[in-house]
Design a protein around this ligand. Structure first.
Ligand code: NDP
Length: 324
């Protein structure tokens, strides 16, 4: 037997139960991973509340983990027992001690990256990678807006964007988070979104920005559109405040022939070759020190509910890791 957090019905953090489960056997093409660390991500909240639906119940949440290969299924040639591995894409199921993971989603960890760092950076770092390199190709000299700049994706993306030569305007909710964001790549910070467009106008001398990365959703969507220059790109990539609904597309015309995308890591990392290239890019910026991974909170995996409370009440900064 092994242990897993399971959800039998959607709801608050209290629906997560720490239960005995049979240790999975790795099927064909699968690798059994003994987790040393599990990553906490906002998407875990969406699967717990039912905003995103699980294929069946009970469900074990969690998209990201790091650990050691304990067994391999038939047909697996890339991994062997004892390998240090990590993953951050695929289906929910990571809040457990032992997990069978498709080899196709797994990556070998460089020796320089410890398990906690790996569990903190795979999903959020791969997200920063595609957002900055593919959804919009950030260029040296660009000024960009990044919401939740002191969060998990935020701290990684702000450092990485600065490394690419961009000037980052980070949006946060408190002065303490603003300070942290400035220490992690933000040239400017704005607290709250009430006067965001006016602040961006001041900072850019009226030019506004070519791209806004908005993971907050409902509360900030319209304020974000107002920060864009004509033909600018609105990247709406999350729903921390709730999903954006009921958009009148005419608003994109009225605000300057804007582009809008709602990207997901799942699409960008769907092909194995893309996942491998994205991870190599991420491992490279972390190894070089250009991007530092801030594991600012750890919780026992058995107490994942407390981690969700902290994340949803905006008490966390950077990344959070759950320890089995
Ligand atoms: P964060 O660490 O960024 O935590 C969420 C942050 O959002 C909070 O700390 C808070 O920062 C801000 N926030 C603003 N409004 C609210 C609200 N009403 N309730 C809670 N938080 C709020 O989380 P992650 O790094 O895990 O994820 C960031 C976002 O990116 C999420 O929306 C997530 O879904 C999305 N995401 C999307 C991916 C994709 O491919 N599309 C992949 C990965 C993440 P503050 O207090 O400063 O406002």
């Amino acid at each position: 037997m092994s242990k897993a957090i399971r959800i039998h019905t959607y709801g608050g953090p209290e629906v997560m139960r720490w239960e005995d489960v049979p240790t999975p056997e790795p099927g064909p093409g699968e690798v059994l991973v003994k987790h040393a660390a599990v990553g906490l991500n906002y998407i875990d909240v969406y699967f717990r509340t039912g905003l995103y639906k699980a294929p069946s119940m009970p469900v074990t949440p969690g998209m990201e983990g790091a650990g050691t290969v304990a067994a391999v299924g038939t047909g697996v040639t890339e991994f062997a027992v004892g390998d240090r591995v990590a993953y951050g894409t695929g289906t929910p199921g990571a809040y457990c001690t032992m997990r069978a993971v498709p080899a196709e989603r797994l990556l070998k960890l460089p020796d320089s990256i410890d398990f906690n760092t790996a569990a903190a950076m795979m999903l959020q770092g791969l997200t920063a990678q595609y957002l900055l390199k593919r959804t919009y190709k950030v260029q040296a000299g660009d000024t960009i807006v990044m919401h939740a700049a002191a969060g998990g994706v935020g701290l990684i993306a702000c450092q990485w964007a600065k490394h690419l030569g961009a000037k980052v305007i980070g949006v946060v909710s408190t002065e303490a988070k603003a300070e942290l964001a400035r220490a992690n790549g933000c040239a400017h910070t704005v607290i709250g979104h009430a006067n965001l467009a006016a602040e961006v106008k001041k900072i850019t001398g009226g030019a506004m920005v070519p791209v806004v990365y908005d993971s907050v959703g409902k509360d900030t969507f319209m304020a974000s559109l107002d920060c864009l220059r004509p033909l600018g790109l609105m990247v709406s990539f999350g729903n921390a405040s709730g999903p954006v609904t009921g958009l009148d597309v005419g608003v994109l015309a009225a605000k300057g022939s804007l582009y809008l995308t709602r990207p997901t890591l799942a699409t960008y990392a769907a092909k194995r070759e893309d996942l491998v290239a994205m991870a190599a890019d991420l491992f490279g910026v972390v190894a070089s020190g250009a991007v530092k991974i801030a594991v600012n909170q750890t919780f026992p995996l058995s107490d994942a509910g407390a981690a969700h409370v902290a994340l949803e009440s905006r008490q966390t900064t950077g990344s959070t890791v759950l320890i089995p």
